[in-house]
Design a protein around this ligand. Structure first.
Ligand code: HPA
Length: 273
């Protein structure tokens, strides 16, 4: 069930504690191991424990704070630390952060994540602009009575990932010499990694990268009419005929190695959103 009051209370706390938000403020959600970029957002911060209704982040590589700052003059609100189904949170709980950003007035959000590459032509360490997604969780944050003030009962999903922002991301990547793949991201519930047979199946479904986040947040944000960009950091490559283990340490280490390029890309995109 949606919890409108909880989200409104959290949004009120954010507005009161972080002060006025610009109409063109950009929201960013930082994926596993990608928190370093946010160290530059130094204007203000609010720990998740201080925001009513926010769950606590239980995963290594996820800090648990809402950070406020500026990148090239543009106001940014970043969720450093996100929530996942595999932590035991419901879709509504794990969307609290992004719903709160939208309810506080943010109209554009960049969702980032660490993901496994499924497309064999992608290299570990590359970034991927999400062009579309597959919700393979069997869950949705929109179950239960619709909240009409947030969005329609049957929200359109034909263009979840803003064509305008995707084009901007590709342009910035080209200018900065950052390799940016394009592809379909599939969200699975996790926490177990995929078997070779599952990996083969996800490839056949048309996915190019796989992870345990992002899609449910995207559904909730599109429901609220927020413009979205998604960037995956490809931390490992899953080839069904020669599967390699991808433990959390590998994912974190690779995410940290790619964080510089992701940061450069984010900087260039955010000022022009
Ligand atoms: N599978 C699922 N989630 C992930 C992966 C993966 O290979 N890499 C990073 N997050």
């Amino acid at each position: 069930m949606q919890n409108v009051q909880k989200v409104q209370q959290a949004a009120t706390t954010v507005r009161e504690r972080l002060g006025g938000l610009d109409a063109d403020a950009v929201g960013v959600v930082l994926g596993t191991g990608l928190g370093r970029w946010a160290a530059r957002l130094t204007e203000d911060r609010l720990g998740y424990a201080e925001i009513p209704g926010f769950p606590a982040s239980t995963v290594p590589g996820h800090e648990g704070a809402l950070l406020k700052g500026r990148i090239g003059g543009r106001q940014v609100l970043a969720l450093s630390g996100r929530f996942h189904l595999y932590e035991g949170y419901s879709p509504e709980e794990l969307c609290m952060g992004v719903r709160t950003l939208a309810a506080a007035g943010v109209r554009s959000v960049v969702l980032t994540n660490a993901a496994g590459a499924l497309d064999p032509t992608f290299d570990v360490g590359s970034l991927m602009c999400i062009t579309d997604h597959i919700n393979w969780t069997g869950r949705t944050p929109l179950a239960g009575p619709n909240v009409d003030e947030w969005g329609p009962r049957f929200p359109d999903m034909s263009r979840v990932w803003s064509p305008r922002l995707r084009e901007l991301a590709m342009r910035v990547a080209l200018e900065k010499g950052v390799r940016l793949e394009r592809g379909v991201y599939i969200q699975v519930p996790g926490p177990q990694m995929e078997t070779p047979a599952e990996t083969r199946a996800y490839r056949m479904l048309g996915a190019h990268a796989i992870g345990m986040s992002t899609v449910l947040e995207a559904v909730a944000l599109r429901h609220m009419g927020v413009e979205l960009l998604g960037i995956s950091c490809l931390t490992n490559k899953n080839l069904p005929d020669c599967m390699e283990e991808a433990p959390l340490e590998t994912v974190l280490a690779q995410a940290s190695r790619s964080a510089g390029q992701l940061g450069e890309l984010l900087d260039g995109i955010i000022v022009r959103i």
